[in-house]
Each structure stands twice: as C-alpha cells, then as structure tokens.
Design a protein around this ligand. Structure first.
Ligand code: ZN
Length: 73
C-alpha cells in the first residue's frame, strides 16, 4: 500500500493555494458524480469552464467507492 509522501502533501497544498487565487470571483458547479482524488474535497466542486477540481485545479476525478476507500486509509 502506497501512502502520500510529505512532498506530495505539500504539492497538493500549493495547488490548492494557487487555485484559490486563480478561481477568485468564480462560482463552481456541483453536478459531478465524482470526487477529486488529489485534494479529496467532499463537495465535488468543479471549475465552471475547465471542469477541473475547483479547489486544486486537477483533473483527477475518482468514483465515490474509490473516494471512500481512500478516506478509510
Ligand atoms: Zn481537488
């Protein structure tokens, strides 16, 4: 089983901070069935134009089953 390294966690934090600046003033949409596998946000917020994760700007969508199994680790 592979766990997140510290470098990966710092990388995600940086992406989240960059996305916050980039998405300022935009409203996300919430019509996805999937969750973000990068920042594991629970609200399924997606960018209104690019459809990437609104929180970390990645395109790493995972199923609810996968999401639940990641949270359990
Ligand atoms: Zn994300």
């Amino acid at each position: 089983m592979k766990s997140h390294s510290r470098a990966n966690i710092l990388d995600v934090i940086q992406k989240v901070q960059e996305a916050q600046i980039q998405n300022e003033g935009l409203s996300p949409h919430f019509n996805r069935e999937k969750y973000c596998g990068t920042c594991l946000s629970h609200d399924k917020a997606a960018h209104p134009e690019t459809d990437k994760c609104f929180h970390c700007d990645s395109d790493n969508w995972i199923s609810q089953q996968e999401y639940n199994s990641r949270l359990a680790k």
